[in-house]
Design a protein around this ligand. Structure first.
Ligand SMILES: Nc1ncnc2c1ncn2[C@@H]1O[C@H](COP(=O)(O)OP(=O)(O)OP(=O)(O)O)[C@@H](O)[C@H]1O
Length: 647
């Protein structure tokens, strides 16, 4: 049998070769395609990464897309290289310059301090919130510039600058203008609280944030500290909580009370506000402690009443025993004693907070308390048209005469005081600062685990955040200028350690509590008093008689008791009797209503506008007690008032 020959072999060979060839071609092509794909992917990743670092993180937010983004070059030429000629003013977060854009539009350009993390946060908050607001009572945000480390915000230009400058300058504002400004600010708040969805809480209502146009109509500005009232941040209903459960404990280590910040990392932020508020308390007896900050370990008012078996009288006491006046109240007899955690002895031993240090006059060679306050008071020691301030200047002179042995000019002594103030604060807060540092380091570690890509950036950022330099943490004049006028020219202002502005911030907020509409209402109350009186909220004067007027809110409450509210009106208005007395009384009474300690008792902004427009009567204001300074300091004036009242 013939063997089987592979008859098809000659035909199969080329077929097999062809198949191999096709297979090879496909393999090569697909390899090339895969390679191209991988290369493209790598290129895409690289491009995105590079591109991302070159654009603003704000670009991805829809709110910012509608805002105009200016180039730094454009703003640089608009402000003539940010020249001194175009310098308008300096605030806590940056410097403001006047500028003219290429289209001829006059603008105000705020250059934020690039070093400050607060500035970065405020920059984003300002753009996110103000960028979306449109109202004739709110300053318009025209655009922004984000260039490497530089952050600039462009606003409409307000020719008459801030209310702060107008109110405390030689050109006094007449009554009509003042009343209109009050109404404008009320309308601005009405817009924010009632017409915006979600409502916006401004968080920093004060004269330097009220800007005036050509006709002196006011617009609210500076939304760097503002908040949108959105859940869940605002999910905690501050005032419908079980007060008994929350307040009864109140001691150290127990649940913090309402309005008390939960985040211990923020605790530092409130401390100084509390300290100064503590210092404002001056009634030696009968004061109840309502500070609930666990850091200080004070027993709250209700807790104390319960201890004393008087729990049911709590609400009543609230209205009759409130001391105050920048807000929180402290028992002078107990601060640093029974209410204090023994572990806090360190704080109380050296600290003078429990004893009304700011009422105390000259010390024993130590930096006296008045000097601390002077630091806070700021520019009132500089030029002013207010007759009271002349007294203050005389006092300054007297001080320097007393110290003839140590001749030093105002600038030197000012700096010396400032340094001492910083040292004092550093010493007081050293432990807290290092605790904060450790806390934040832990946070960074956690965050680093979450992201590999942003590892480097995040580390840098947070390390920077951790670099707590006590010298800058609490600085009154971070950007101090050389001349002596600037030495005192910073108004009480938001600092890196305190959110909001001292004296304007509501007691329940205290720097890091929940920002609510009623927090703005409190600040608005202070603003009304400042506008009506032409005085700053905290104003230390030389003569004992005037010392009782140092705290504007406290003084106003005393006047309310005596029924002589018009005494509060700016002397410059009183001179020619050129003001509307009915409106003035209405304003002061309204302010008192806004300054209620219990936030829910303050009127809401809708009612305030109606009251100012004469469409609604002022609600009856519950009586709140305000103390006088220690009698040895104001003995004369007190007795005089008593006599006047026929007591
Ligand atoms: N749009 C504007 N038009 C005209 N002047 C302005 C404008 N914005 C701000 N200014 C001026 O610049 C000054 C500084 O403003 P800025 O908002 O930086 O600080 P501030 O409100 O005084 O203080 P802080 O930021 O600490 O609250 C203001 O007092 C005001 O005189």
């Amino acid at each position: 049998m013939p063997s089987r020959q592979p008859s098809s072999f000659p035909h199969q060979q080329p077929t097999k070769h062809r198949a191999t060839f096709i297979f090879l071609v496909i393999t090569v092509f697909s390899s090339i395609l895969i390679l191209i794909g991988v290369l493209y992917l790598l290129y895409y990743l690289w491009y995105t990464l590079i591109h991302r670092t070159r654009t603003s993180p704000l670009d991805s937010c829809p709110e910012f897309l509608k805002l105009h983004r200016y180039s730094y070059k454009e703003l640089n030429s608009a402000t003539n290289g940010f020249s001194d000629d175009n310098y308008i003013g300096k605030g806590g977060s940056g410097t403001v310059y006047r500028g003219i854009l290429r289209n001829g539009k006059l603008v105000a350009v705020k250059m934020l301090d690039s070093e400050s993390l607060d500035a970065e946060r405020e920059f984003q908050t300002e753009l996110r919130i103000l960028g979306g607001l449109e109202s004739q009572f709110i300053v318009s945000l025209l655009g922004y510039c984000f260039d490497k480390k530089k952050r600039l915000v462009v606003y409409e230009y307000m020719p008459n600058r801030s209310l702060q400058e107008s109110l405390f300058s030689d050109r006094s504002l007449n009554w009509e203008t003042r009343f209109d400004i009050i109404l404008d600010v009320a309308r601005a708040l009405e817009f924010l609280h009632r017409e915006c969805d979600p409502p916006v809480i401004h968080g920093d209502v004060k004269p330097s944030n009220v800007l005036l146009d050509t006709e002196f109509r006011a617009k609210l500005a500076d939304f760097g500290l503002s908040k949108l009232k959105i859940e869940p941040e605002f999910g905690v209903d501050l005032f419908s909580q079980d007060l008994s459960g929350t307040l009864a404990g109140g001691g150290v280590g127990e649940s913090p009370a309402i309005g008390t910040p939960v985040d211990s990392s923020n605790a530092n932020e409130v401390d100084f506000a509390l300290a100064l508020q503590a210092s404002s308390s001056s009634t030696p007896t009968n004061n109840k402690v309502v500070c609930n900050n666990p850091k200080f370990g004070f027993t709250n008012e209700k807790g104390k009443d319960i201890e004393n078996g008087g729990g049911d009288d709590w609400i009543n006491n609230k209205f009759t025993n409130y001391d105050d006046d920048l807000g929180l109240n402290f028992d002078n007899n107990h601060i640093g004693e029974s209410n204090m955690n023994p572990s806090d002895d360190r704080k109380t031993g050296k600290k003078q907070w429990g004893k009304d240090w700011w009422w105390k006059q000259e010390g024993s060679g130590e930096l006296c308390s008045k000097d601390y306050v002077r630091e806070w008071i700021g520019s009132q020691t500089c030029s002013s048209a207010n007759p009271d301030w002349d007294d203050d200047k005389n006092f300054e002179l007297k001080d320097s005469n007393d110290n003839e042995n140590k001749p030093e000019n105002e600038e030197q002594s000012g700096w010396k005081r400032h340094r001492k103030m910083q040292e004092w604060w550093k010493e007081e807060h050293l432990d807290e600062l290092s605790n904060k540092k450790v806390e934040k380091k832990k946070k960074i570690k956690r965050k680093l685990k979450l992201s590999i890509f942003r590892k480097k950036r995040k580390t840098n950022r947070h390390n920077h955040e951790n670099e707590i330099d006590p010298n800058t943490e609490f600085s009154f004049r971070k950007n101090s200028k050389k001349n002596s006028e600037d030495l005192f020219s910073r108004e009480l202002s938001s600092t890196t350690s305190m959110r909001g502005t001292l004296c304007y911030v509501a007691p329940e907020y205290g720097g890091c509590g929940y920002l609510m509409e009623k927090t703005d209402i409190y600040s608005f109350g202070v603003l009304i008093l400042v506008i009506v009186s032409g005085r700053r909220p905290l104003h230390v004067l030389s003569s004992p008689m005037k010392l009782e007027k140092a705290n504007l809110i406290s003084w106003c409450r005393q006047l309310a008791q005596g029924g002589d509210l018009l005494e509060l009106v700016d002397e410059r208005l009183k001179e020619g009797e050129c003001y509307n007395k009915v409106q003035a009384i209405l304003c002061v009474n309204l302010a008192l209503a806004c300054l209620q300690k219990m936030p829910e008792l303050r009127p809401d902004i809708g009612d305030i506008v109606k009251i100012l427009n004469g469409e609604m009567d002022l609600p009856v204001v519950p009586f709140e007690f305000s103390p006088s300074p220690p009698s040895k300091l104001v003995g004369k004036s007190k007795s005089r008032r008593k006599n006047n009242n026929g007591d």
